[in-house]
Design a protein around this ligand. Structure first.
Ligand code: AMP
Length: 326
């Protein structure tokens, strides 16, 4: 059976049996400097049982041994077993068919992606939703917005909004003139350190060798990681344990280093709140659970790109427009 059919079948069964919880959400958009952010408001997520996750909050819970929801996984959520990975459904789901690609053996979420991780993520991205646009992301390190310490990449199908298939950040990528696959760029309009590279689809699509695709993706990933550290050295003094967000679509890969997990925001009436931001935020997709968070995002000044800069790392001086990685 194809991966797409397995995803659909496992999802329908897990939803019916109650092993997977779907949370209804309202969507709205807010634009900043040409990026149409998608804001998802899911009030019912606020009632998600906290002790289902290893991000244990209360003192009593901290004393308990931590539960790893991916090892062993709930069999009802397992879509497919691969050599080194397992494709699982996200138990708490806002986007239907949200997948987790977890390492079969325990590995840390602070480890970089390996060629085999990238190869599997690419293959799943191309096949899990019958070739419809999709997004892979990886929240790496303690300030990246990850809630589980076991290595897991994530995959979601992208929605068609007014300006075509998401993610919203793609509109900024599309503005790079004469872009060349494998070159590493930074985008002037983003006020935080980041690096982005176009992928060579002709090369990937024509490759019939699994290792060749893995090597190509790993070369792009490690080239980006290197360029990200170069930018960090220029603008800050990076610590030893770096957190970053990774985004990959069929067109590009992007890395954003992180300084904080939570953004501090105030709504129009001055009420303060903290908002956890992960890779999806840097793709232009923000998630809120409470009405005051929604209000704060809708009215946040000086705009949502600057909200991201609060949890990323601002350029200390004007960024170079382009960094040639070749
Ligand atoms: P992150 O929060 O980015 O680390 O992603 C971890 C994801 O795992 C979250 O989106 C959770 O909804 C999801 N999750 C938590 N517990 C389980 C579980 N038992 N099975 C499958 N997914 C889970």
């Amino acid at each position: 059976m194809s991966l797409a059919s397995l995803v659909k079948q496992t999802y329908d069964a897990a939803l019916k049996s109650g092993d997977l919880l779907f949370f209804d959400a309202e969507k709205s958009t807010r634009s900043d400097n040409g990026v149409n952010f998608l804001i998802t408001y899911a009030p019912s997520l606020a009632s998600k049982p906290r002790n289902e996750e290893t991000k244990l909050e209360t003192l009593d819970e901290k004393k308990k041994p931590k539960v790893n929801p991916f090892l062993p996984p709930n069999p009802a959520l397992v879509v497919k077993e691969l050599d080194e990975h397992r494709v699982l459904l996200n138990k708490f789901c806002i986007v239907p068919h949200h997948l987790l690609i977890v390492s079969k053996e325990y590995r840390k979420q602070s480890e970089p992606l390996l060629p085999s991780d990238l190869g599997v993520a690419w293959k799943c991205m191309m096949s899990a939703y019958n070739g419809a646009p999709a997004l892979v992301f990886y929240n790496c390190g303690p300030y990246s917005g990850a809630s589980q310490p076991h290595k897991h990449m994530q995959l979601i199908p992208l929605e068609m909004l007014e300006d075509g298939p998401q993610p919203p950040i793609k509109s900024a990528f599309d503005e790079i003139k004469d872009r060349k696959a494998g070159q590493i760029y930074t985008l002037d309009k983003l006020p935080f350190i980041h690096v982005i590279t176009p992928l060579d689809r002709n090369f990937i699509d024509s490759s019939t060798d699994k290792e060749e695709t893995e090597d190509y993706l790993a070369q792009m990933f490690f080239g980006l990681l290197d360029a990200m550290f170069q930018q960090l050295r220029k603008h800050t003094s990076p610590g030893s344990e770096m957190s970053y967000n990774f985004i990959m679509t069929g067109q590009f890969m992007m890395l954003v280093p992180r300084a904080k997990e939570m953004a501090f925001i105030q709504d129009a009436d001055g009420r303060p709140t903290y908002l956890s931001i992960n890779s999806l935020g840097f793709a232009g997709m923000l998630l809120v659970k409470a009405p005051e968070e929604l209000k704060a995002l809708e009215t946040y000044e000086p705009g949502l790109l600057n909200l991201l800069a609060e949890v990323g790392i601002r350029w200390s001086d004007s960024p170079e427009e382009m960094v040639d990685a070749t």
